[in-house]
Ligand binder design. Structure first.
Ligand code: FAD
Ligand code: NAD
Length: 474
């Protein structure tokens, strides 16, 4: 009953959890002829996260940076089952997964359990609030598509409220003070994008407010962008200074209130800073589903950062049947899209090899069990040779461990400037400026997964150049 998956009992069932960077890259490369493939994700689309801050300020249309998962899988050799649902329980011993439709509309059946032979666990991570009071209630996030849309609405509300006739100067200053928490790449890119919006658009549409807007970036560590080279950190800091973005380092947010943030300053004193909007970009942590899964294998899964995997991305302690990729894992790699997508493509090749090995194993089994029925000396010799050949082919299939190839780090810092740390020979090239910005644009355009998205993003950029950003508030 209902929408059934194209099930072939001869093939193993491969369940893929998630539709983000890791899962989508896997689906792009995977030969679906080898498996019954089922994709389960609460979002029925892929989100191109690097351009999310551009959505938050209205440079890009939200729809331009998403791609329906069915669009990704539609040309696959064998049909892939795509289910919009949230996995709620995994049983690594009996190899089953339970998932539920948690969307607004539900049918008679909204939760079910299915068996898997292989599970690709690619559910990413969630926002880390450190249980700091008021973060969940009063701050905006920058992780999912709705976060960016939410921030844009809130930001425009602050601007419109500040423009309300008779608003006291102090209140206008508060409403137009935007605080970004976290000086990692997300916080830095978002501050840069916010600055562009103020500079390019608010000056024209709200000239009376333009000079009054302030952006403050708060970072607990001694500098922003700790993963970039010193030269680019300095460049970002000086660009932000010119752009009038205040950076407060060695400063920790202790509480987010409705109209202010409470800060612990470098000298440990506590200050309350009035503001209209707080964007929380202070990093990520593992999902509850991941913690629950780890708790089922307590002797092997001991790293609180995420799932431990071996060099072949197999989850430790899970009988070689669960693979984990991307932000849900604890590895020596940074939790980035670049790592997740390389792991996804690698795993697709591993799964291809495993399917080939399985086919050869079945063939060998058949040949061996029928050898006694072979009559005649010549025929027997031929059958033995065939068995030997299948054995050799199987032995030749060797899995190679995952190897990450770093293509460099890129970030947009506003004012049509970007920074890039690119590996070159055995060293590194650091560059920052307008040329890097053009490189940033072309690199992101080419990384977008489809021609459809490239066209939509390219068109949005042209539209903004011609008409400016849309300041209407939905
Ligand atoms: P995700 O891409 O987060 O995908 C997780 C998937 O799992 C989602 O589809 C989600 O809906 C699904 N899911 C969640 N819960 C469940 C469940 N219970 N059951 C089933 N499915 C579930 N990295 C870079 O390398 N370069 C960049 O420029 C860059 N820019 C970024 C900008 C922003 C604003 C952000 C937030 C991140 C950025 N990153 C960047 C980091 C990058 O997005 C992540 O490292 C990457 O998304 C990790 O991929 P993933 O597949 O592990 O997880
Ligand atoms: P992050 O973990 O890199 O940075 C979060 C920052 O918030 C940290 O520097 C931390 O010190 C600070 N922080 C935490 N709590 C705080 C508090 N209470 N007060 C003040 N500061 C606090 O998070 P991110 O920037 O979202 O990045 C997540 C991952 O995604 C990283 O691996 C990053 O490389 C990747 N990413 C890459 C790009 C890019 O390459 N352009 C863009 C965005 C994200």
């Amino acid at each position: 009953p209902g929408a059934q998956m194209p099930f072939d009992p001869e093939k193993k069932t491969l369940v893929v959890l998630g539709s983000g960077w890791g899962a989508t890259s896997l689906l792009k490369t995977l030969d679906t002829a080898d498996y019954n493939v089922v994709v389960i994700s609460p979002k029925n689309y892929f989100l191109f996260t690097p351009l999310l801050p551009s959505v938050a300020v209205g440079t890009l249309n939200p729809r331009s940076i998403i791609q329906p998962t069915r669009y990704v899988t539609r040309h696959k050799k064998r049909a892939v089952s795509v289910i919009e649902a949230e996995a709620s329980d995994i049983d690594p011993i009996n190899k089953t997964i339970t998932f539920a439709d948690n969307s607004e509309i539900q049918g008679q059946v909204s939760t079910t359990t299915i068996p898997y032979d292989y599970l690709v666990y690619a559910v990413g991570a969630e926002v880390q609030t450190f249980n700091i009071p008021g973060v969940k209630e009063n701050a905006c996030f920058m992780k999912e598509l709705h976060d960016a849309e939410n921030m844009q609405r809130r930001f425009m509300d602050c601007v419109e409220t500040a423009a309300f006739p008779g608003q006291a100067t102090e209140e206008v200053d508060r409403l137009l003070h935007m605080v970004v928490v976290g000086g990692g790449p997300t916080g830095v890119e978002l501050s840069g994008e916010l600055h562009d919006f103020l500079e390019d658009d608010l000056k024209s549409w709200y000239p009376e407010l333009a000079g009054k807007i302030r952006i403050t970036l708060v970072e607990a560590l001694p500098s922003v962008l700790p993963s970039f080279s010193k030269q680019l950190i300095n460049y970002t800091e000086s660009t932000f200074k010119e752009s009038k973005i205040d950076i407060l380092t060695k400063t920790m947010v202790k509480e987010v209130k409705e109209k202010s943030v409470v800060l612990q300053m470098p000298d440990k004193s506590i200050q309350e800073m009035p503001c209209g909007m707080v964007v929380w970009a202070a990093g990520n942590k593992g999902r509850k589903l991941t913690q629950d899964l780890m708790a089922k294998l307590p002797t092997t899964q001991t790293n609180r950062r995420g799932l431990l995997v071996d060099d072949y991305l197999r989850m430790q302690g899970a009988q070689d049947s669960i693979f984990a990729i991307g932000d849900c894992t604890a590895t020596s790699y940074a939790p980035t899209a670049q790592v997740a997508s390389q792991q996804g493509a690698y795993l697709a090749r591993v799964l291809g090899s495993l399917a080939k090995k399985e086919n050869l194993k079945n063939m060998l089994h058949q040949l061996e069990s029928s050898i006694d029925q072979v009559k005649g000396e010549e025929e027997k010799k031929a059958a033995v040779a065939e068995i030997e050949s299948v054995r050799n082919q199987s032995a030749k299939i060797k899995l190679r461990p995952f190897h990450y190839s770093h293509q460099g780090s890129l970030a947009y810092i506003g004012s049509e400037k970007a920074i890039a740390d690119l590996p070159f020979m055995n060293g590194n090239i650091a560059s920052g400026g307008v040329a890097t910005y053009l490189f940033w644009r072309s690199a992101y355009l080419s990384t977008l997964f489809s021609l459809r998205n490239r066209t939509l993003v390219g068109t949005d950029w042209v539209k903004v150049k011609l008409f400016g950003r849309d300041v209407s508030r939905e």
